[in-house]
Ligand binder design. Structure first.
Ligand code: HEC
Length: 236
């Protein structure tokens, strides 16, 4: 009988320990996190961490979830002892000598205010943690409409269903996509983004997970210095 009791106790412990370490303790830690506001005397700026999320973020994130972007894209820069991402060109904002590159590992607070953290599962496409720095809105729209028009090697699927082809009424719409060649919608026609596409691109433009950290936490997580040539990141 006692071996049965031991078995039940061991079984209970097997479930209890991970639950405690992976759910209860992290949850309590995250909940206790306050918004910290501080002044950088050198730069004369006021910063806060976590920084919060703008409105467009929620709408766009819902589309990001719906379209399954997180199946191919991550939003997570690992600490430098686990990978070299912090130095990879294109992962963050390219800097100059006076204003060094702002790339740092992703921290739990970066997702504060989000209902779900889209960390992603695998990197078929590039990490999007700091995608907001890399392209402008027009680039994103054309890329979503036809990824291969921007990069001929792309395996990213086209998200054409987020766009409408319609007859030009009077003047061309302001947000109409600049498409050429094979993609040209035809004379008298234009391709315009739907609400969903606009929200999605709005969301992509806000992706800048490099908010400066409060001084105390900042000491622990060193900001990596720009690699040579990081300011010459190729824009496709
Ligand atoms: C099947 C995998 C796959 C899916 C699903 C996918 N992507 Fe991609 N994505 C890629 C690949 C591969 C690239 C790199 C080639 C390229 O730029 O097209 C890429 C590139 C990108 C880039 C350019 C990144 C950069 O640094 O230049 C953005 C932005 C992007 N994807 C956004 C999205 C969004 C938004 C969605 C969902 C609507 C999505 N992707 C869905 C595979 C995917």
């Amino acid at each position: 009988m006692s071996s049965f009791r031991n078995f039940v106790l061991a079984l209970a412990a097997t479930f209890f320990a991970p639950w405690l370490c992976l759910i209860v303790i992290p949850h309590a830690k995250m909940k206790a996190q306050d918004i910290e506001v501080w002044e950088d005397k050198q730069l004369g700026t006021k910063s806060s961490y976590p920084a919060g999320t703008p409105n467009i973020f929620r709408q766009g994130q819902a589309i990001y979830a719906r379209e399954g972007c997180a199946l191919c894209h991550t939003q997570m820069i690992r600490p430098t002892y686990l990978g070299f991402e912090s130095w990879r060109p294109g992962f963050g904002k390219a800097g100059t000598r006076d204003n060094p590159v702002r790339i740092r590992e992703t921290l739990p607070g970066d997702f504060s205010g989000e209902r779900f953290a889209y960390l992603g599962v695998q990197r078929v496409g590039p990490d999007l943690s700091n995608a907001g720095y890399r392209h402008d809105e027009d680039w994103h729209h054309v890329h979503l409409y036809d990824p291969r028009s921007k990069r001929d090697f792309s395996v990213m699927p086209s998200f054409r269903h987020l766009y409408t082809r319609r007859k030009v009424r009077g003047q061309r719409a302001k947000g109409a996509l600049a498409l050429a060649g094979q993609l040209d919608p035809g004379k008298g026609f234009e391709v315009v983004p739907t609400e969903a596409a606009r929200a999605l691109v709005g969301y992509l433009m806000t992706l800048k997970k490099d908010t400066p950290l409060p001084p105390a936490a900042g000491e622990q997580t060193q900001t990596p210095v720009a690699p040579a040539g990081a300011d010459k990141v190729k824009k496709g």
